[in-house]
Design a binder for this molecule. Structure first.
Ligand code: ADE
Length: 230
């Protein structure tokens, strides 16, 4: 049987760079304005990209990984706004369920694959849990809500909590899981909490008490550990 290629999407160019440096047999190719890095990582053929923020950028990157670069499984790694008191800033949510908080889900589900929520692949979630434990990172397996807005005020945060009670909010995960579901490709979304999706969220990211470079190092380690377990 032909080996499955793993597609990795990172939100941060820095994280992709760290993973790229660990790759062997490296190559690169640009499509739709995004650079895709090919090679072998943790013993697996891997394609990496940083596709940009928001649902369309994420969906386009995910589709190219599958259709142009032959990825048979997708990993998305990035940051998110925390919506639960089970964890705090720096901890990780591994997506068991992913959904859009800003979309008419019933109408979208009229098209294939007829889903209002998407799911992370059980084996990839188990591998992600093991990789987080090995990296010494606190994590939960939970619900991720995706929308095209950055959530940075309590009223919006509370409205999203009332609508779908997610553990965190971000801007790409459900779009990646949606494209993966269309193609029957397993996927997993990992999110490190960078802020609490409230009035301090934007400031927290811009003022950087959340250390992006430290996060990227940890995220790259988790991704490599995850790929090695697939
Ligand atoms: N990514 C990181 N923090 C976020 C937030 N508060 N809202 C949306 N996406 C995010």
């Amino acid at each position: 049987m032909e080996e499955k290629i793993i597609g990795v999407m990172g939100a941060m160019p820095e994280e992709i760079r760290l993973l790229y440096e660990k790759m062997t047999d490296r190559g690169e190719e640009t499509a739709a304005g995004v650079t895709f890095y090919t090679g072998v990582l943790a013993g697996r053929r891997t394609v990496l990209c940083c596709a940009g923020m928001g649902k369309v950028n994420a969906a386009c990157g995910a589709q190219l990984l599958i259709t142009k670069f032959g990825a048979g499984a997708l990993i998305f790694s990035g940051i998110a706004g925390n919506m639960t008191d089970k964890i705090g800033v720096g901890d990780v949510v591994i997506g068991k369920t992913l959904l859009y908080h800003d979309a008419e889900r019933r109408m979208i589900a009229e098209s294939w694959p007829h889903l209002q929520e998407f799911t992370g692949d059980a084996a990839m979630i188990a591998a992600a849990e093991a990789a987080c434990a090995e990296a010494g990172v606190k994590y939960i397996v939970g619900k991720i809500a995706t929308g095209d807005d950055f959530v940075g005020d309590s009223a919006t945060k509370n409205a999203i909590a009332a609508k779908c009670a997610p553990d965190c909010v971000e801007m790409e995960g459900a779009a990646v899981a949606h494209v993966a579901a269309k193609y029957g490709a397993p996927c997993v979304v990992l999110r490190a909490m960078s802020d609490n999706a409230d009035e301090n969220a934007y400031e927290t990211l811009v003022a950087k008490p959340f250390d992006i470079s430290e996060y990227c190092t940890t995220a790259a380690k988790i991704c490599e550990g995850l790929i090695g377990r697939l």
